[in-house]
Design a protein around this ligand. Sequence first.
Ligand code: SF4
Length: 699
Amino acid sequence: MTTKWADIFAPVMAQGREVREGQAILGQAIIDAIEKKTSLTAQAGTGTGKSFASLIPLIHQILKSKKNKKPYRAIVSTETLALQAQLIDKDLPFLAKLYPGFSYRKLMGRSNYLCFEVARTAAVADLYMNGIVEKLKLRQTSIMTGEKQEIEKILGRDLTAEQWSKIASSSQFCPDNMCSAEKCYSTRARDQAKGADLVVVNHAILAVDIEMKAGDVLADGMLGQFEALVVDEGHQLEPAFVKAWTKEVTERELESMAGSLADGIELAKQIKSNQQIGKIVNDALDDLRDVLANTKKYYMLLGEKAGQEWHGSQTSLSLKYPLGRPSGPLAYAMEEFEVENPQRLLRAEAALEEAIKYLFPVVVKAMEDKMKGIRKLRKGYTAASSLLENVRIISKAFETKDGIISQYGTYGANVEGYVGFMDKKPYMKITLTPLDVSARAQQLWGKEGGQTNILLSATLTDLTDGTFRYARECIAFPAGAEVDVNSPFDSREQQLVYVTPANRKDRFDTEQYSFSELLDLINASRGRALILFTSRKELDRAAEQIQMMKDMGHFPYKLLVQTKDADKRRLKDEFESDVSSVLLATKSFFVGIDIPGESLSLLAIVKWPNERYDSLCKQMIIHWRMMGFPRWYERISLTLFQQAAGRLIRSMGCKGVVALLDYRANDSESNVFKTAKMGVNTLQSRVTQDIAAVKAFLQ
Ligand code: SF4
């Protein structure tokens, strides 16, 4: 007999929680998917209560399976650490009291855990960090999780993102995971997660799990086996996978790895002699240098052909650059690129495999015997593994031609006005970006009829065609039931939308918005404003101008600015607690931020959020057009706009104004006019171009 939502929700209701119609529909659909072991695509507007609608059926199923002595594990994935924290610190402890008998854990990426190996390196180079590391060493036995919050508590001070990165692990530093679980917080967290009934992760972890299971590095991957997977903020899974599987190879890093490998080999030869290995490695490094030199020459010539000035930090070219019929030096470079480079790469790959085979037992023995020079040896081994991975990335990039090739650094003395920069030559960067992650994502969903999959979000509909088609196809999500639940909020009553009039001319030529208009709006809402910028440059400029006004006593509200190093959680808390504050933030505040109440009365989006139209974006557009999605570019900005606007009304008591500051949104001649209009219409609210109306609404 099918389980009823009302029955399993009863313990929560007994705590005085209201029954929400949308939540009940969603909860029942999730129960059905769990019991039938099928997949469900579910869109549920803000305020539906998505977390409880998915967690309660999962917990119910876990407890039922325990009674029947059958294993049942569930994974819940969200996009941001903030959402993960909300589930782990608030929702699950609350539910664990009402539905006792299940265990839950959180698992994050490696860079979220302390690593004493990294910390020791930081301590050598930096006196301040040395103090921190010494204190942590003294308290080592009391460190339980190694997470940033715990470490800050132990230290009694906050750490900036930069300081944290100096003591936290990373996949670059530690691709081999050689330390034991007693020593490694990240491995410990992973082991504990594998033993839990319900695990909360973020999307990046799902990407790692797929890679590990596919590569058979570890048959049960990062997460172990599971019976149900809920992907919350499901529309973010594709970009998260693209990001996770984007690989970058930079010339500078390769140079440094080559140096470490050569040093490591020299030392290893003293421990285990090998006549050949030095030459094998040197030849491989020469091959690699030749590949880089030729590739750089080839793309420089291509860049010139495309009319690009191939020097400067912004230059990039698609690997799919259409060639035509080359002649002269370009033809020679192309031949070397297409014929000789693959052979060089194959040779380098084989040689590096050989070097790894030789180094591994030497490193293990040196570790066991606690020999001198172990750090250098281990660095050499890590460099060999990373170089091998990089060689494979380059080969793959050249083969699939997904991604871009770009330059960074400057020509130094060769370029007027750039003299004095640290880099005296242009470096090359090869970025391999998967245009389509669906084939790999498919592995996540298990066998048909064996695993329950729930794709959940407030914004799954592709507004350009009104369907869930893109949301599913871009990640190969299995077909199954669909449910679409509206937000319980009354957007006509609770929200007003302001759009810049096309004739608002008091702006800089390079900007699409007017700074004085922004100030008028902030004054109309008496602070209480979150200003979301799509460009860091514009944010910095606005912050500077407001700070100047504040210094002169012309800005009476507290100003909060999301600097590059800012702790997002702390900034959000400060904004929430000071009702008259104004927070200037970047795109990372477009999702996963929940600020109910008066503090957020004006949400201003500065500029229509178009994706950057660069070489990569152009490749994406072409790819998705071929796959039957001709309006991919518009779809991206519409989803982003909807997400950002969705930050405003978070509860029945919220009331406020969403402002789109972009004169183009009302200019029928502009190329964003139609898309912006469509975006504004989806908010289903009254629209005004009058700041007086904003003021009246917020009184
Ligand atoms: S395995 Fe060792 S080096 Fe790698 S993250 Fe863990 S503690 Fe650090």
